[in-house]
Design a protein around this ligand. Structure first.
Ligand code: DX5
Ligand code: ZN
Length: 217
């Protein structure tokens, strides 16, 4: 039996001047998650949007709002993102190495699913002890900051290792992959055990959004 793969279009590649319509377009095309890339210009060399955008997107869709926080000191903001309507809040290992477990527990205590993100050059050893706390592990297949980058295939072994840890321990945790996902790389990600595929340019850059989503799935 093939497992259910969920597609998470990243609005980073949407037209920000018509965000509501863009979100509705991928919602109606069958996306299960809406991936929201929050960047602060400090943790990553780019700035996108924040809490107000999440709150306003919440008004136009019932799909899972998947907030990927590429920010320093996420503990200062997770409560606001939870109140804005986030369903998942994912924080980078690299942004909170010293208080990771605390931040994950803080997110859970807010009644929101918590996720841990790992950059391409962060080995699985750094995060394996925290997987039991997570509802999701997000494996970056590009260095965060920009859409439209090339998929780094070396992260597939990390996906497989995380899959093994989750399955062997019976953890209730899904694996998401983000960056450079297209019709070809999506196959590799699925084979490596990923459950949720984030795609920005492959979805919003397509003339037929539904065909693009179906193709990834
Ligand atoms: C990169 C973001 C991604 C990005 C993916 O920092 O986390 O979510 O939007 O874009 P594509 O699918 O174009 O690589
Ligand atoms: Zn992302």
């Amino acid at each position: 039996m093939t497992k259910d793969i969920k597609i998470a279009p990243s609005v980073l590649s949407a037209d920000f001047s018509k965000m509501g319509e863009e979100v509705k377009r991928v919602d109606e095309a069958g996306a299960e998650f809406i991936h929201l890339d929050v960047m602060d210009g400090v943790f990553v060399p780019n700035i996108t949007f924040g809490i107000k955008m999440v709150k306003d997107i919440r008004k136009v869709t019932d799909k899972v709002l998947d907030c990927h926080l590429m920010i320093v000191h996420p503990e200062k903001y997770v409560e606001s993102f939870a109140k804005a309507g986030a369903d998942y809040i994912t924080v980078h290992y690299e942004a909170c190495k010293d208080n990771l477990a605390d931040v994950l527990n803080q997110i859970k205590a807010l009644g929101v699913k918590c996720g841990l993100v790992v950059n391409p050059d962060t080995p699985v050893e750094c995060v394996k002890d925290c997987i039991s706390l997570c509802d999701m592990v997000l494996v970056m297949s590009v260095f965060p900051g920009f859409g439209g980058q090339r998929f780094i295939a070396e992260v597939l072994d990390k996906c497989k290792a995380i899959r093994r840890i989750i399955d062997e321990n019976g953890y209730n945790c899904i694996i998401e992959i983000d960056g450079g996902i297209n019709a070809e790389t999506s196959k590799l990600a699925k084979e490596a055990g990923c459950d949720v595929l984030v795609a920005g340019s492959a979805v919003f850059g397509a003339s037929d959004v539904k065909a693009a989503i179906d193709g990834l799935r």
